[in-house]
Structure formats: structure tokens, C-alpha cells
Design a protein around this ligand. Structure first.
Ligand code: FAD
Length: 370
């Protein structure tokens, strides 16, 4: 194929999904990652709050989290999570305690005083009871992306940035991909395009999975003068409400956990969402938010059943989905990338994931008719 770059696998998308699976594949195949932006991690993967905990997701997502904690700990640091409940949220707290028990987490259940001992800014009425997960992790998402890019390079692969995929065709058992930087070809194509995953499927004449990008907003503001908040826990309401976590010694991040459906785009925060986040923090804590120092928004992308979508598309040999990581793309990446790499290369399902009750069927696009 003259004038065309040929490899064994092409991965579309240079976020955590694409880079983590590419790094694993590079040990066994020639891999190229195509990323439309000028640097990896520009979209969702550059906008997370970089935490790993059990306070979100359905059962398989929590299992993926549990299976990933060991690897995540290598580039993360232990930081407590405080899951707080108001009177009407007690059943949710009980459920979450069951989750922590199931995964044998190092946790304790505390009353309002115990919660305020860890998070002194909480107002008494905001927390009737809480769960402290002593083993949660503060992640270094930049380091994770860099480490995967380095493993990919060490295996002979590469990330080609500034390369937007605009057309995909299957020709003679090979995917031929037209981009803004020339043509690429490979027998295996991994679709790790995040919010754009269905757009990529349509280009390849593959049935879309109905991915729904949802915008989430984060605000950053100054901690109380003179207070070192770096050991304050990641504090999250078990149901609707907010989360709050330290960013260094003197800044705090917060979100109202908004999830507004959006088209795939370069997401930006809206004034109302910023105001709601600030209001929820002020209602539940003694923190005065005098000025929003910074805010951002990113897209968390979900399949209709909120499970990741991993595996070959029906009737499209070599088209492998790696999408729908929702709000847990970093904390599930170690296990999910192992599953996706096995799917892409036709290898058996990873044994340690099977032992936890997962299978290729759990994540297969076939469940969504794709
Ligand atoms: C505010 C916020 C907080 C979060 N907090 C956490 C957290 O604490 N812990 C956690 O685990 N997760 C968190 N998440 C979720 C996590 O960030 C995502 O699950 C994860 O980043 C998804 O990764 P991805 O690689 O699928 O998507 P992305 O990072 O969006 O990557 C997809 C890439 O595909 C590229 N692409 C798309 N179309 C094309 C094309 N045509 N050609 C070439 N390239 C293309 C895009 O440019 C993009 O870089 C958070 C998300 C948000 C928004």
C-alpha cells in the first residue's frame, strides 16, 4: 500500500482508554494511536478530578475498580474518601457500606462527629452518618497517560497527534483510515474515541451503541486563609449533592455532579452549573466561596446501560470497541485495558478478571445490538 502507514493495530483516541490499551497491545503488536488534538488527554482524560473510590458505578464497574487498585497504587497515593449521608440518604449509605464490605475495603462507619473530625468544614445538618474509605487513591492522571505513552513507545508503537480521522473503509481484510495527516491501515481498529465513539462507528458503517456524553462541571476556589487542606478527604454525598476535594494545600475542587447530556464537543462550563456547585458546597459546609478561581467541564460518556463497551462489533471483523468508561475511565483502566487488549488480539479473557465474575459477555457490544 504505497503512501500508506501500515501497522497491526490502529487505536483511534489518545485518552486514557486508547493509551492504556495501546500500551498493553504494544508488547505483542505494532500499534499506532491516532489523536486529533495536538496532545493526548485533551478531552475527558485531561479534565478528571483524578480519584479512585467505590462511590460510583454499577457492580461490574466497581469490580473493575477493585481489580485495578493494585496497579493504580503504583502512580497514586492513598487518600481517604468520606461518603456522607443526610437522613434521607441512609439507605444509600447502607448499600455503599455493603459494597465496601464486599470488596474487603479498609473502611469505618462514623457518626457526624467522626465525619467532622476528618472534614472540619462540614455543617452538622449535612451529615447524619458517613463512611470513611481509608484505602481510596488520589491518582496522578498525567503520570498515568505519560507512562502508557512511554510503554507504547518502548514496544515500538507511537502516538500520532494532530491527526483527525475523517473516513474509515474496510478493504481486503484491512481497515483503511483517512486522516488529516495521511492514510493509515491495519487489520485491527480499536475505537477509543470517547464521546466521539459512535461517530467513528458510523464512519466505519458499524452500528452505533448509543453513547451519551454527559457534561460535568468542576470549580476551584481558595481554602480558608492559613488552613492546610491537603489532608482533607475526598468528600462526597452518597446521593444527589456534591463532591469536594483538596487540590494541593490551599485550593479546593468541587462539583455538583451535574451530568447534562451533550453532543461530543470541547466542553465548557456554564454559569448556572458553576453557581449550583458553589451553592451546594456553601449549603453543606462552612466554606465561604468568595471567588471561583477556575472552572472547567468535561464529557463523561455512557452506553445506555452505563457499562463499558469492549469487544468486536458484529459483522465488522477487527473493529473493536473500547468506549463508555463514564466517570470511571482512570480507576478502571488497568483491568479494562487488559480485557480490551485480549479482545483485540483474540486472546482468552484475563484470568484474574474472570475469577472476579466478569467475562467478555459482560462488556460485549452485542448486548446493545452492535
Ligand atoms: C469532570 C470529570 C471528572 C472525572 N473524574 C474522574 C475520576 O476522578 N476518576 C476516574 O476514573 N474518572 C474520572 N472521570 C472520567 C474519565 O475522565 C473518563 O472516563 C476518561 O477520561 C475517558 O477516557 P477516554 O479515553 O475514553 O476519552 P477521552 O479522554 O475523551 O479520549 C478520546 C479521544 O479521542 C479523540 N478523538 C475523537 N474523535 C477522533 C477522531 N475522529 N480522530 C482522532 N481522534 C479522535 C479525542 O480527541 C480524545 O482525545 C472524570 C471525568 C470528568 C469529565
Amino acid at each position: 500500500m504505497a503512501g500508506m502507514f501500515v501497522s497491526d493495530v490502529l487505536v483511534i483516541g489518545g485518552g486514557i482508554a486508547g493509551l492504556s490499551v495501546a500500551a498493553r497491545l504494544a508488547a505483542k503488536a505494532r500499534v499506532v494511536v491516532l489523536e486529533s488534538e495536538s496532545a493526548p488527554g485533551y478531552h475527558a482524560s485531561g479534565r478528571s478530578v483524578a480519584f479512585a473510590h467505590y462511590g460510583l458505578g454499577n457492580a461490574p464497574v466497581r469490580t473493575l475498580t477493585a481489580l485495578s487498585m493494585g496497579e493504580l497504587a503504583k502512580l497514586g497515593s492513598i487518600h481517604p474518601a468520606l461518603h456522607i449521608a443526610s437522613a434521607d440518604q441512609m439507605p444509600l449509605l447502607d448499600d455503599l457500606e455493603g459494597v465496601h464490605r464486599h470488596f474487603a475495603c479498609d473502611y469505618s462507619r462514623v457518626g457526624p462527629d467522626g465525619a467532622r473530625g476528618l472534614m472540619p468544614a462540614l455543617k452538622p445538618e449535612a451529615c447524619l452518618a458517613a463512611l470513611i474509605d481509608h484505602g481510596s487513591l488520589k491518582l496522578d492522571t498525567h503520570a498515568m497517560l505519560q507512562a502508557h505513552a512511554a510503554s507504547l513507545k518502548a514496544g515500538g508503537g507511537k502516538v500520532v497527534t494532530g491527526t483527525r480521522v475523517s473516513a474509515i473503509a474496510r478493504e481486503s481484510d484491512v481497515w483503511r483510515i483517512t486522516t488529516s495527516a495521511g492514510d493509515f491501515a491495519a487489520p485491527i481498529l480499536v475505537n477509543a474515541a470517547g464521546a466521539w465513539a459512535d461517530e467513528i462507528a458510523r464512519m466505519a458503517s458499524v452500528t452505533p451503541i448509543g453513547i451519551e456524553p454527559r457534561r460535568r462541571t468542576v470549580i476551584s476556589f481558595a481554602a480558608p486563609q492559613g488552613e492546610d487542606v491537603s489532608r482533607w478527604p475526598f468528600t462526597k454525598t452518597v446521593g444527589e449533592g456534591f463532591y469536594l476535594l483538596p487540590e494541593g494545600r490551599s485550593q479546593l475542587l468541587a462539583s455538583s455532579m451535574d451530568q447534562t447530556p451533550s453532543d461530543p464537543c470541547d466542553a465548557a462550563p456554564e454559569e448556572l452549573d458553576i453557581a449550583i456547585a458553589a451553592d451546594r458546597v456553601e449549603q453543606a459546609t462552612t466554606l465561604p466561596i468568595r471567588r471561583i478561581a477556575h472552572s472547567w467541564a468535561g464529557l463523561r460518556s455512557f452506553a445506555p446501560d452505563e457499562l463499558p463497551v469492549i469487544g468486536h462489533a458484529a459483522g465488522a471483523p477487527g473493529f473493536v470497541w473500547c468506549a463508555g468508561q463514564g466517570g470511571a475511565g482512570f480507576q478502571t483502566a488497568p483491568a479494562l485495558s487488559a480485557i480490551a487488549a485480549s479482545a483485540a488480539l483474540g486472546l482468552p479473557f484475563p484470568e484474574y478478571c474472570a475469577a472476579a465474575g466478569l467475562s467478555f459477555e459482560t462488556f460485549a457490544p452485542a448486548r446493545l445490538g452492535a
